[in-house]
Design a protein around this ligand. Structure first.
Ligand SMILES: Nc1ncnc2c1ncn2[C@@H]1O[C@H](COP(=O)(O)OP(=O)(O)OP(=O)(O)O)[C@@H](O)[C@H]1O
Ligand SMILES: [Mg+2]
Length: 581
């Protein structure tokens, strides 16, 4: 697991290796400095030898400068390596998420994926930075300092050892108690991010339904939960400081007390006592830093697992990269298709579908909400995979195609369409990045979008805000249709994509499509009979099944449901006719 995550260090490996090299030099200098200081006192000051003072003093200055330089360099390389590592890791997760099927994203939830890409990567980055520097510096420092202290005075140095079990036990206590809390903490952060992202993207609905208080309460609950868990974790972490202070005082007392005794009997010099004290501080500071590293590792151990879960997730849609790259025509065959979102054959959104749509056919789909219209068509560009049976496009199973090739040929305007920040032109170019201005204008004209685009001062360069929020619902729908047309698909699926348009605009789009793309298979899902009545044939769906099929005239005669929908819609006039935008 760790190996896989560390493989993302990639080109920053050299910096990750350089940092410890400089750390080693820095530690050696930090060890030599107290030794040189003791020499200055014992050989220079006590014997009043000026040459010794100058010589050792010079060495001391050089050592300090080297320690400083290598310290800065190792810090610099550690930061560079860890920041680069985090960048690669984020990119890796992002790419993995792009390869996910809808189902995988729903499984993780967007909030959780966001936390994994932000907080979790940040934790791992921090641990990595500490590992390339502190995790190497501290043990080295402890080992060298202990070695020097033992050389100076064995009896005194042995007293240092009592702090190791105390600190060891203390850290183990913190570790075992904090780890499970951190695990829960991240789950709460996931939940909070989900609430935030859902809420901000749906802020208009929240305000419209005056649900601000309700939503705030929901948020408050999660925030309070987070507060409780953070408080518990902080309490545990706070134990670390007094523990360290306690050890520092104990050891200083022992050294001062025993040290003066040794000096009095002449087995220790003043300078040596001073360096003993310095080494003891170095050991304790290193222990303290090491415990910081350990705690950071506790925090990020959870993050590593969570990142690994994403990177290791087998996408539920196996992609056939070497699959067929050319979709011959727009023929679609559903052969005994059943489909369930939750892999439960008793809860199928689509049941027993057998259907052949000839290339170039105009097909309408109507049915109550939740009857499975969107689910049915989403199987054609393989947004989801069937649970049983097969869907064939252009004569081959959709699973035999290269996914990109299939989706380029099957263009679907989703019911929940989305524009992205950029300009109108940039958004349209999602359909074909090499499209010329003429092609873009042509597609926009078919989609009845050209006129309103040109009404704006900057025309096709008009900025689009995030999610297309500066366009009306109907304008967004038309831009999405134009974007899909630019793919020049063999099959075009409009999933309730004209619902916000007035009847005339909708009729114009359909007329233009029939005129300019007669060979393209066109599937129109709508709740309005008017939108589909000119189709070659119409499917009437109910509870995941096709219950009736035929032309408008046939269905009026043979399908009670269709007749009922038709009568209700003509009685009330166009009761669901939306306002022109
Ligand atoms: N992503 C999903 N996960 C789980 N269940 C889903 C999902 N999307 C739809 N469903 C369920 O599948 C069934 C069919 O939904 P579908 O979206 O296909 O209906 P629809 O006919 O397109 O409805 P509408 O006219 O409201 O768009 C519904 O019961 C719905 O709850
Ligand atoms: Mg739908």
């Amino acid at each position: 697991m760790l190996k896989k995550i560390l493989s993302y260090v990639k080109e920053y490996k050299k910096y990750a290796l350089l940092s410890p090299v400089f750390v080693v030099v820095e530690v050696i200098m930090d060890i030599i400095i107290p030794y040189l200081m003791s020499l200055i006192i014992d050989m220079g000051i006590e014997t009043k030898s000026q040459t010794a003072i100058l010589k050792i003093g010079g060495l001391l200055i050089i050592s300090v400068l080297i320690a400083l330089g290598t310290g800065i360099l190792s810090g610099y390389f550690a930061t560079k390596a860890s920041a680069g590592f985090a960048k690669n890791l984020r990119l890796g997760i992002y790419k993995k998420i792009q390869s996910f099927a809808f189902k995988d994203i729903e499984e993780f939830s967007t909030g959780s994926l966001m936390t994994r890409m932000s907080t979790d990567v940040q934790n791992v980055q921090m641990s990595f930075q500490m590992s390339t520097r502190l995790a190497i510096r501290s043990p080295l420092m402890i080992a060298f300092s202990l070695f020097m202290a033992l050389r100076i005075n064995r009896g005194l140095a042995f007293n240092f050892l009592i702090i190791f079990p105390i600190i060891g036990l203390g850290i183990a206590f913190i570790f075992f108690n904090a780890y499970p809390i951190f695990k829960k903490l991240f789950k709460i952060i996931d939940k909070m991010n989900t609430i935030i992202s859902e809420n901000l993207s749906g802020i208009r609905v929240v305000k419209n339904f005056n649900k601000m208080d309700h939503e705030s309460e929901k948020f408050d609950e999660t925030a309070y939960d987070l507060y409780l868990k953070s408080k518990r974790v902080s309490k545990l972490m706070a134990l670390q400081n007094p523990l360290m202070q306690f050890c520092i005082y104990i050891v200083s007392l022992i050294i001062a007390w025993l040290g003066t005794k040794y000096i009095l009997v002449g087995s220790l010099k003043t300078g040596q006592l001073l360096s003993m004290l310095t080494y003891s501080f170095q050991i304790q500071i290193s222990l303290m830093l090491l415990s910081f590293v350990l705690i950071q590792i506790i925090i990020s151990a959870n993050s590593v697992t969570r990142i690994y879960e994403v990177l290791d997730h087998e996408t539920s849609m196996s992609e056939n990269k070497d699959g067929i790259k050319d979709v011959k025509n727009g023929e679609i065959i559903f052969d005994n298709v059943n489909f369930s979102y939750i892999d439960d054959e008793n809860k199928c959104a689509i049941k027993n579908i057998n259907l052949k749509i000839k290339s170039g056919d105009k097909l309408g789909i109507i049915g109550a909400t939740g009857s499975g219209k969107s689910s049915l068509v989403s199987l054609i560009p393989r947004l989801y995979d069937v649970s049983s049976g097969s869907v064939k496009v252009g004569g081959f199973d959709v699973k035999d195609y290269n996914l990109k090739a299939l989706r380029d040929s099957v263009s679907m305007v989703l019911q929940k369409n989305q524009l992205f920040s950029g300009t109108v032109k940039e958004n349209l170019k999602w359909g074909d990045e090499n499209a010329s201005d003429q092609e873009i204008i042509h597609a926009a004209k078919i989609a009845q979008a050209h006129d309103f685009i040109m009404e704006a001062e900057d025309g096709y360069d008009r900025p689009v805000q995030r999610g297309g929020s500066n366009f009306s619902g109907g304008q967004r729908q038309r831009l999405c249709i134009a974007r899909s047309l630019l793919k020049d698909p063999k099959i075009l699926i409009l999933d309730d994509s004209t619902s916000a348009l007035d009847t005339q605009t909708e009729a114009n789009i359909i007329k233009e499509l029939n005129k300019t793309r007669p060979d393209m298979t066109r599937i129109i899902i709508s709740q309005r009979i008017k939108s589909i009545k000119d189709s070659d044939y119409i499917l009437v769906m109910d509870k995941g099944e096709i219950i009736d099929i035929g032309s408008h005239e046939d269905l009026i005669k043979t399908s009670p449901i269709y007749r009922e929908i038709s009568e209700t819609q003509s009685e009330g006039g166009d009761f669901d006719e939306p306002k022109k935008d």
